[in-house]
Design a protein around this ligand. Structure first.
Ligand SMILES: *Cc1c(COP(=O)(O)O)cnc(C)c1O
Length: 433
């Protein structure tokens, strides 16, 4: 068994840091932590050239997107999958498949990528924020009940960073109330809840294959579901409203309104190639994240994200922890991130509070929203959508990105050692201001 580079006591004494420094010496701060992303070779080159030379570049003519849908379905053990142009459009297809519209309220977490909010606004529905649980970084599902009204139509639960929390509770709650549960799994490829893939447990799940995501085709997305009716509608919506099974040779068969959200054959082929790497990469991230947590937990002021025991597999799209300046002589987070960067480790401060976005205030004050909801209700919205826990979380979060977790064990030691070094230097950094 590999020895931990330092224990809490030796860390405080400084001896463990010296040892970690020796172990991490093979690594130096000029090198990038983790792997250059994306990762590809001849497999991807051949896949893309195959599509190019076939002359069948769109899904209507080719077979790569359909084959991707089949393999992704199999991988996730889910009945239906429809590929889309990106994760945002998978969410748009979901909103339209379950018929969210003006006057409807949709519950969502304030700690997520802006797309989760935008797709609600595109339907002219009212976003209703459910505060965060700072320990898990996820939506606090215990607060769903209090935010539900007779107008509530759906809940979007985001598996943020690749983990999830309280999914049994939200499944039970939405079922009992007749609400739809959309799992925004755009960051959670291969993530699991009690042994089942996330995205397959609610009414539908959405994935993103945008360049930064763990499965990548530059842009791309998918919606998965076990509900055939929902699948039919989502499929139709992504192809300008045309039914899935069109027998007529004429250009007809429109069964609903829709848009063109189709994935191209190039992306389909790229995804099939990238998918062969996904399981191996996920395992590397898991091993590295576990090692990193063991080391970082020992550093006062650093609290790694708590993983709900029901989350049996974390996709580790993000490695997240909370930073407490009091463990670092009062050094603010911005100073910590800067000092960490100087040690060769790039961290990020992550999201800002979505419920406080100025653009959201503008949308809610727009002609359309005032017409649909009325001024009194919109005034009330501002009072009711405070998320004090999330405000704190946004101020204390630190992220490392998934590509950093693709490195070797010694690189994780290098990261932990850099954090320990910053801690040692913190009083000096605070004095310098
Ligand atoms: C990336 C992401 C999206 C949007 O996906 P795109 O492919 O970028 O459109 C939606 N929700 C979450 C949580 C995401 O991380």
């Amino acid at each position: 068994m590999r020895r931990l580079p330092f224990s809490r006591r030796s860390l405080l004494a400084g001896a463990g840091v010296a040892m970690a420094a020796r172990r991490a010496r093979a690594w130096n701060r000029e090198q990038k932590i983790g792997k250059d992303w994306p990762i590809y070779d001849r497999t991807e080159e051949d896949a893309l050239l195959g599509v190019l030379r076939s002359g069948k570049w769109g899904r209507i003519d080719g077979s790569r997107v359909v084959e991707f849908e089949r393999q992704y379905r199999e991988l996730l053990q889910v009945q239906h999958c429809v590929a889309t142009a990106n994760g945002t459009s998978a969410l748009i297809a979901a909103m339209n498949a379950i018929d969210v519209g003006p006057g409807d309220e949709v519950l969502l977490p304030p700690y997520t990528f802006v797309a989760t909010l935008n797709v609600i606004l595109l339907q002219h529905a009212l976003p209703v924020f459910v505060d965060s649980d700072r320990a898990t970084f996820q939506m606090d599902v215990r607060k769903l009940e209090a935010r539900t009204t007779p107008q509530t139509r759906a809940v979007i639960q985001v598996h943020l960073g690749g983990a999830t929390a309280g999914l049994d509770e939200s499944l039970k709650f939405t079922k009992a109330r007749g609400l739809k549960l959309i799992e925004d799994a755009c960051q959670a490829h291969l993530g699991e809840w009690k042994g089942k893939k996330v995205g397959t447990l609610g009414d539908c799940g959405t994935f993103s294959f945008q360049a930064s995501k763990n499965l990548n085709s530059g842009e791309g997305g998918a919606l998965v579901t076990n509900d055939e009716g929902l699948y039919d509608r989502a499929y139709a919506f992504q192809g300008n409203g045309r039914a899935r099974k069109v027998t007529s040779a004429t250009l007809s068969g429109w069964v609903m309104n829709g848009a063109n959200l189709r994935l191209t054959e190039f992306q389909g082929a790229l995804l099939l190639a990238q998918m062969t790497r996904l399981e191996g990469q996920s395992r590397t991230r898991e091993t590295n994240a576990a090692a990193l947590s063991k080391m970082l937990k020992q550093i006062p002021g650093i609290t790694p994200q708590v993983i709900d025991p029901g989350c049996t597999r974390n996709a580790w799209h993000l490695y997240m922890f909370r930073y407490d300046p009091s463990g670092f002589a009062g050094l603010p987070r911005a100073g910590f991130l800067k000092a960490l960067q100087e040690e060769g480790v790039s961290g990020m401060g992550g999201y800002t509070p979505l419920n406080r976005e100025p653009f959201l205030k503008e949308v809610l004050g727009s002609r359309h929203y005032r017409k649909i909801y009325g001024d009194a209700k919109l005034r009330q919205w501002h009072e009711q959508n405070q998320c004090p826990e999330n405000d704190k979380l946004c101020a204390e979060a630190v992220w490392f990105t998934q590509d950093m977790l693709l490195g070797e064990a010694k690189e994780m030691e290098f990261i932990a050692e850099a954090v320990a070094k910053v801690q040692k230097k913190a009083p000096e950094l605070v004095k310098r201001g």
